[in-house]
Design a protein around this ligand. Structure first.
Ligand code: PAF
Length: 293
């Protein structure tokens, strides 16, 4: 694995791979890596010849400066993990390298970013679109790999690629969970052992709610999930929405769309965690998969 900090050097390396007819895969990250990220690296390695992982804590996607300042940074541990996972290039640019001048671009994602994360974190997805488009420009990957935990982010990035005619295939990868169900996240590093235990209530409640689809309305399911999670004093639901998985707009009836997903953001103490569950995908309820057993 080589570590590269400059876009010009990254592009030289990539040109050499491409000259040999090799395909390029990119896994964009903000570091503080865990098994979820490594699953993206593994997927990238099976689908492309050269695996690039970027580590850059992007300031423009944080609407809360405290959140930016406290975002975990573990570059040494990350490099070891990536080397072990057989990453080919670790791209770790400075802020000056990615933003030599302020990025004033604004993106229009219609209603996609007006709900859920977009509603509670204004400007967040504009910042994500800024950095992801810059990374795509720098690395010109054939494929880029993102986790489905950030369900709305994945939809936004698919829209970005379509709008900008980027010749990159976006690959969504399943959520990786702790054995008791907690979705892996870099933010979990900020949870105490006790909080980690408490936070499992989030995925466990989502899993329970999956069984309600045949007997409860969408509204009743929203009430169940919200009340059950809020019943734990250390947890506070910021939102739990049941949405059309393609448009991300709320649904009021289980038959309203072929693809239905429940998405939530929950505070565990000061730490904000997100998770989701697919209730329905494609034609029948049978195709849906619960997040964990
Ligand atoms: O999902 C993340 O870690 C970030 O939002 C991303 C895609 C790396 C952009 O900074």
């Amino acid at each position: 694995m080589i570590v590269v900090h400059a876009i010009a050097i990254l592009q030289q390396e990539i040109a050499a791979w491409k000259q040999n007819g090799k395909t390029i895969g990119l896994v964009p990250t903000m570091g503080a890596l865990h098994r979820g990220h490594i699953s993206l690296v593994e997927k990238c390695r099976t689908e492309t010849d050269c695996c690039i992982v970027s580590i850059f804590v992007n300031p423009t996607q944080f609407n809360d400066q405290m959140d930016y300042a406290s975002y975990p940074k573990k570059f040494k541990d990350d490099s070891v993990m990536l080397k072990e996972a057989c990453c080919d290039i670790l791209f770790a640019p400075s802020e000056q390298e990615m933003y030599p001048a302020p990025d004033t671009r604004t993106f229009d994602f219609g209603m996609l970013d007006k709900v859920m994360e977009g509603r509670f974190r204004p400007g967040h997805f504009n910042g994500v679109a800024q950095i992801v488009s810059k990374l795509f420009q720098a690395a010109s990957p054939d494929k880029a790999f993102f986790g489905e935990k950030d369900f709305q982010q994945l939809a936004i990035i698919r829209a970005l690629v379509q709008q900008q005619n980027c010749p990159v295939e976006i690959v969504g990868c399943p959520i990786v969970r702790e054995s008791e169900g907690l979705a892996l996240s870099s933010r979990n590093a900020r949870l105490t052992i006790k909080q980690r235990q408490i936070a499992t209530k989030i995925s466990q409640t989502l899993t329970k709610s999956y069984a309600l689809v045949s007997s409860k309305t969408v509204g009743e399911t929203i009430a169940f999930v919200t009340e059950e999670i809020n019943a734990e004093p250390s947890l506070r639901v910021e939102y739990f929405d049941i949405v059309n998985g393609n448009t991300l707009q709320p649904v009021t009836d289980w038959n309203e769309a072929d693809y239905i997903v429940g998405c939530t953001a929950v505070f565990c103490g000061e730490v904000r965690l997100i998770d989701n569950i697919t209730y329905r995908k494609q034609k029948t309820l049978k195709n849906a998969t619960p997040p964990c057993s």
